[in-house]
Each structure stands twice: as structure tokens, then as C-alpha cells.
Design a protein around this ligand. Structure first.
Ligand code: CUA
Length: 357
């Protein structure tokens, strides 16, 4: 894990007394962080304090500036409060102290100083706002490398369309590091919000409107995301993953996604038959086939995905068979209906989908 000013204190000689006093807290917090890290499925801990993109870094830096100003104000105000309480507390048999009303100089000071602090914070905020909302040279078409991805919110999963690469996938957004990304956040139904804490601020997906989101991922890694706008029953399970890879590894992923359907035999071939003749084609697309349904995820290379169903279910044959038998039992409210498939069709479909490498 990378180190920054928000990492937990690790006692190293200096400040040993302080370290001992805080060691219980450190231990508790460290344990919590470890649990969170494990819960993150071996990805980077999901946190805005571990910025992995240009945007997240700009927002994080702004936070540190604001935090420093706020810390000074807190220490001053709390310090004066404690001092006053102790110094001017009522002494035994003391007489009433002189009663004063109004102090123009003091009142002007406590109006002007906070106003000045707010102006400073506003200036830094505005600067950060411009930094993260202006398209980088590449995304603006002024440089070579940039990648456009349409990010489309559905109840309750994410669709990712790479227009220049002819790839459509779901729930896992693969991107190269060091390349300017121009994401367009959209929605087909209600308002969703694209939020990957390590990569920067939230951006709403609004039906009938494209919200641009420019960033460059700087660190290789897997980052967890979550829909951040309440959108119905399965809002909490509308998750996503961003997998940032070095450009050559990203190229390998692209080639895999662009490859035609692998040759199928046996159970998997039978599954393709069930798929094409059944209800699946009404909602799902398989590139270069007659299956062109748009309501559900494009399944062309389904087996290359580690998760499905809004990135909440591990993509294993067991889970997939359970899902096909009754999607609503795994994700209540899901729009995919229970097709009451007989067991032999479920096993054929499972073999087929898990063969779509
Ligand atoms: Cu989509 Cu909440």
C-alpha cells in the first residue's frame, strides 16, 4: 500500500511516548483497515485518501489544504475556549466580574478572518474544479493517446461501450494507465451515479444527457466502485470494478474482447443452441450473431469477467447455474425474469457462457 499523510501512524523511535498512548487506537484502526483491505477482494482499499488518478489527486490535495486551514481554526477556537473556561471560572467568594457589552474591534476581526479563510478555500476549490472538469489535451483531440468510453447506468448494472474499439462489456471497466480517458456517464432509466473513490469524485448518469468525466488513471490496480445515487431496490448492489492495466496488458485485453466466439463442442455447443432458440436473445447480445437484445448485459466474452450481476456475484459455474435457475433469489428485484429453465438447459447454458473466453 502506498504511503501518504493519512496512513496510520507506525511508531518508529521518535515520539515513543505518544505512540504508546495512541497504540490501542492505532491497533484498532489498523485492524479495521486490514479488514477493509481484505473485503476489497485483493484490490486497493476503496478510499479517496489513496488517489490513483489525476482527478483524485487534485481533489485529495484540495482536501489537505482545507483540512490544514480547518485544523488551525479548530486549535485556535478550542484552545481559547478551554483557556477561558479555566482562567475565568468562578472563584470561591469572588465578586461579579465587570460586565462588558460589545467590542467593535473583536467583532470585525471574527467576521473578517473567517470570511478571508472562506475566500482562500473558494479560490483553491475553483482552481481544482477547473482542473478536473477541463478535457486534457488528448481527450480534446489535441494529442495522440486518449480513450473514449461510454459508461451507461442500468437498473442495476453498468454497461461500458468502447466506440473506437467495438467492445461492449459490463460491470468491469478496463482502462490503460497513463492515457487520457474521456468517459461519458449516461443512464437508460433513472439517475445513477458513477463513483470510484480512488479515482475521484462522483458523476451522475442522467437519462437523455451525457456527463463528461475526464481523468487519467496513474496507478495500476483494481478499484471498486458503487452507484452513489439511490435508484431502486438493488441500488446497493449496483457496483463496478475499474481494472487499470499497463497499456500493453490493456492491449491484450482488447484483443481478447475483439476475438470471435471460440469454437464450441459438446455441452457448450448445446448451450449456444438453447441460448439462440430461447428467451435469452430478447435481452442479451452476442456480437456477430442474431442475438441483439439490449436490455441486459452484452455476453460476448462473459467468461472473461470475474463478477456478474452488478459486480456482486463471483463468476463461477455454480453461481451462474444458481443465477439461471432463479435470478431473483440472488438479487431480489432484478429485472432478469425467472425463466423456469429445466436443469438440462441450465447446465448447457452454464457450460456455454463459461466457454465464452
Ligand atoms: Cu444505480 Cu443507485
Amino acid at each position: 500500500m502506498r504511503h501518504n499523510s493519512f496512513s496510520l501512524p507506525v511508531s518508529k523511535g521518535a515520539g515513543r511516548r505518544r505512540a504508546r498512548a495512541g497504540s490501542k487506537l492505532t491497533l484498532a484502526a489498523g485492524g479495521l483497515l486490514a479488514v477493509l483491505a481484505l473485503a476489497g477482494c485483493a484490490g486497493a482499499p476503496s478510499s479517496p485518501f489513496l488517489p490513483a488518478s489525476t482527478n483524485a489527486k487534485a481533489i485529495h490535495d484540495l482536501f489537505l489544504i482545507v483540512y490544514a486551514i480547518v485544523a488551525v481554526v479548530f486549535v485556535l477556537v478550542a484552545g481559547m475556549l478551554v483557556y477561558t473556561a479555566v482562567r475565568f471560572s468562578r472563584k470561591r467568594d469572588a465578586t461579579l466580574p465587570p460586565q462588558i457589552e460589545g467590542n467593535t474591534r473583536l467583532e470585525v476581526a471574527w467576521t473578517v478572518i473567517p470570511a478571508a479563510a472562506l475566500v482562500v478555500i473558494f479560490a483553491f476549490s475553483l482552481q481544482t474544479l477547473f482542473t478536473i472538469s477541463s478535457p486534457p489535451p488528448a481527450a480534446a483531440g489535441q494529442a495522440e493517446t486518449s480513450l473514449q468510453v461510454r459508461v451507461i447506468g442500468h437498473r442495476w448494472w453498468w454497461e461500458f461501450v468502447y466506440p473506437s474499439l467495438n467492445i461492449t462489456t459490463a460491470n468491469e471497466l478496463y482502462v490503460p494507465t497513463g492515457v487520457d480517458l474521456a468517459l461519458g456517464i449516461e443512464s437508460v432509466d433513472v439517475i445513477h451515479s458513477f463513483w470510484v473513490p480512488n479515482l475521484g469524485g462522483k458523476k451522475d448518469g442522467i437519462p437523455g444527457h451525457v456527463n463528461p468525466f475526464y481523468l487519467r488513471v496513474t496507478e495500476v490496480g483494481m478499484y471498486l466502485g458503487q452507484c452513489a445515487e439511490y435508484c431502486g431496490t438493488e441500488h446497493a448492489d449496483m457496483r463496478l470494478r475499474v481494472i487499470a492495466e499497463a497499456p500493453d496488458q490493456f492491449q491484450a485485453w482488447v484483443q481478447r474482447q475483439q476475438a470471435p466466439m471460440p469454437d464450441l463442442s459438446g455441452e457448450a455447443a448445446r448451450g449456444l443452441d438453447v441460448f439462440m432458440k430461447g428467451a435469452c436473445v430478447a435481452c442479451h447480445t452476442l456480437d456477430n450473431t442474431a442475438a441483439k437484445g439490449m436490455a441486459g448485459p452484452n455476453l460476448t466474452h462473459f467468461a472473461t469477467r470475474k463478477v456478474f450481476a452488478g459486480a456482486v456475484v463471483d463468476n463461477t459455474p455454480e453461481n451462474l447455474a444458481r443465477w439461471l435457475a432463479n435470478p431473483g433469489s440472488m438479487k431480489p428485484g432484478v429485472t432478469m425474469p425467472n425463466l423456469n429453465l429445466p436443469p438440462d438447459q441450465i447446465s448447457a447454458l452454464t457450460a456455454f457462457l463459461e466457454a465464452l473466453k
